[in-house]
Design a protein around this ligand. Structure first.
Ligand code: HEM
Ligand SMILES: CC/C=C\C[C@@H](/C=C/C=C\CCCCCCCC(=O)O)OO
Length: 567
């Protein structure tokens, strides 16, 4: 059911309820402009896919007659140039008010939705936490400016205008903070990309081992009536996997620089202090505002913890650091700090947020989806010699689409920032604006990923969304990796170096789950989680019966995968 405002109703906020009969693949997108009064969506075109009530509507803001792009009754009029709505408020006060709205009074989603409606625009000025005046980009059209190196400068914008001291990274400004034009960007990006590529044969077996260790623990916890908390256990799963696969060292193997079980907590302390100004620790608001969000925390708080992390890499990342020196002429110390950031922040922090989201979305839609995923996964494995090989993974279109849909709805990297490299004109779907050189552009990925002009039922989890030809057409609009999904990461752009690895790992998680289990259930989420991320806990794991045709049950079979299976 789509709610459509037409001009005569828009002013009185009247509503014409129309059921848009969207035949799959025939759904039509019309350009639209937000009604500044009702905040509703003023569709230029109303009707079923066959008839179009070509009622040009006046968008109060741009005072031009829009006509639906779907009916092509006239070429799109050039978008008007306007001044960007919104404001930063009084010095300090405006930033504080926005920060309190963002963290406490409204929350992230409502913070942006309310301002989008208030200004009747998907582009507006607002203070980003902890207090950065910026231009919010909430639609898919304007978002793309963030990927154009001729228009934007990514220097020191990894987390907007927040710039943690380089004490946290050995005195170096690491790769994620460098603009592609920086002389070190291509070298460091190529180094990280080379490590992923040269360790590709380790990805499947090391993930299989880490998965098996973790789910053995999950099953034991359930059998003993304890909580099977995946949000917690995933931290060690991912760190074990990353360090074994890329550093070639088990963090818990006995040794002078071993991390033992402390790896996750050491990383969490380093990340939490480094990015405290934009994090939420679950403390009472007044304490969090005074001690975390008001001034940068000193590196000295976690120096000893970071030193243990550094010692582990310096002692054991021998092959990786040899590659850095021999292939890229990187000094050992700079390579080590960059490797720690790439593995600890870029990889580990992203994955420990994504993998629980995969389990959450698939878990809350269990019934039919589990049957379809299980069928696809087991058929692919069976037709590949009973092995979870790369070819088997490539034969799982629903698994891939499900992963992409979760990355659309719950991307762990929620904001992408950049500064205008020169005076620019940026466009939303229905207006254009002037941006001055140096102004901070702030992409709100959660809003852009739900752009109703692009996505049918944008707020709904549709695991099949990215399957088949229609699904492929949406890939340019999937932006989780700091670039369109159909393009590729290079040493010259800022797209995620682990883009393909992320999708492989998330796909492996689902594959292993439905090889080992017939289905699973999750513990219901408490409604008022106090600002802390929801904890994803298993309620049941229904183990697959032993395969009568094999001397191994599936769990043993999967964990017996060796690198020779990389066919
Ligand atoms: C779900 C997990 C992940 C997400 C959501 C994610 C997303 C992103 C995003 C949005 C950026 C651009 C940040 C910016 O400049 O604004 C980025 C950069 C980067 N990512 Fe990922 N990433 C993930 C996992 C990984 C993994 C597994 C690796 C592997 C090592 C990785 C390596 C990197 C690196 C090295 C950069 C910096 C690229 C550059 O500066 O050119 N990421 N990632
Ligand atoms: C949250 C990390 C997600 C993906 C990693 C990715 C890019 C990240 C871009 C910005 C994240 C900056 C860290 C913010 C940490 C805030 C504290 C917290 O939320 O835990 O790189 O691959």
């Amino acid at each position: 059911m789509e709610v459509t405002y037409l001009p005569q109703e828009a002013s009185s906020a009247g509503i014409l309820i129309s059921t848009r009969l969207h035949a799959p693949g025939k759904a039509r997108r019309s350009s639209f402009c937000s009604n500044p009064i009702s905040g509703g969506r003023l569709l230029c075109h109303n009707g079923t896919p066959d008839q179009s009530l070509q009622q040009p509507v006046m968008s109060r803001r741009c005072n031009k007659a829009h006509v639906c792009a779907a009916c092509n009754s006239s070429a799109q009029h050039p978008k008007p140039q306007e001044s960007i709505p919104g404001s930063y408020g009084a010095p300090f006060i405006g930033a504080l008010r926005d920060r309190l709205d963002f963290f406490w009074f409204q929350g992230e989603d409502e913070f942006f939705r309310k301002r989008k409606e208030r200004y009747g625009s998907t582009i507006f000025r607002v203070n980003f936490v902890p207090g950065m005046p910026g231009i919010a980009l909430l639609d898919q059209k304007s978002y793309l400016v963030l990927y154009d190196p001729t228009k934007v400068d990514k220097h020191d914008t990894f987390v907007g205008a927040l710039l943690p001291k380089t004490d946290f990274t050995g005195g170096y400004r690491v790769l994620a903070y460098l603009d592609p034009l920086h002389p070190k960007h291509a070298i460091l990006k190529s180094f990280i990309m080379e490590l992923i590529k040269s360790n590709s044969s380790r990805i499947l077996p090391e993930f299989a081992t880490a998965f098996s260790e973790t789910f053995n623990q999950m099953e034991t916890a359930l059998s003993e009536g304890r909580e099977a908390n995946f949000s917690s256990s995933v931290k060690m799963l991912v760190l074990d996997f990353l360090l074994r696969a890329i550093v070639h060292r088990d963090p818990r193997a006995v040794g002078a620089a071993a991390l033992g079980d402390d790896g996750p907590s050491l990383l969490e302390s380093w990340i939490a202090v480094q990015f405290a100004a934009i994090a939420q620790a679950g403390l009472p608001p007044i304490l969090e505002e005074i001690f975390l969000h008001s001034f940068p925390l000193p590196f000295s708080l976690i120096r000893a913890n970071y030193q243990r992390i550094y010692s582990f890499f310096d002692t054991y990342a021998i092959e990786a650091l040899d590659v850095a020196k021999e292939r890229f002429d990187l000094e050992r110390d700079e390579a080590t700090h960059n490797l720690i950031f790439a593995i600890g922040v870029n990889a580990w922090l992203g994955l420990i947020k994504l993998l629980p989201s995969i389990i959450f979305y698939v878990g809350k839609n269990n019934s039919h989806l589990h049957d379809k995923l299980r069928g696809e996964i087991r058929a692919a494995v069976a037709s590949n010699g009973g092995r979870l090989s790369p070819k088997a993974i490539e034969s799982m279109p629903l698994v891939r689409s499900t992963v992409l849909e979760v990355l659309r709805l719950a991307s762990p990297a929620k904001y992408q920032y950049a500064r205008a490299r020169k005076d620019l004109i940026i466009e939303s779907h229905d207006a254009s604006f002037v941006v001055k050189k140096g102004e901070l552009l702030c992409g709100c990925l959660s809003m852009a990923s739900r752009d109703p002009v692009i996505f049918e039922n944008p707020d709904s989890f549709i695991p099949e969304r990215f399957e088949g030809g229609d699904g492929e057409k949406l890939l340019p609009h999937l932006l989780w990796s700091n670039g369109p999904e159909h393009l590729h990461t290079t040493s010259q752009n800022k797209q995620c170096a682990g883009k393909d690895l992320v999708i492989l790992i998330a796909s492996l998680l689902l594959a292993h789950i439905f090889i080992r289990y017939d289905t699973f259930e999750l513990v219901d989420q408490p409604s008022s989680a106090a600002r802390k991320p929801p904890q994803i806990c298993f309620k049941t794991l229904q183990i697959r019966a032993t395969d009568p045709t094999s001397d191994l049950n599936w769990a043993q079979r999967i964990s017996s995968i060796s690198s020779s299976d990389q066919t």
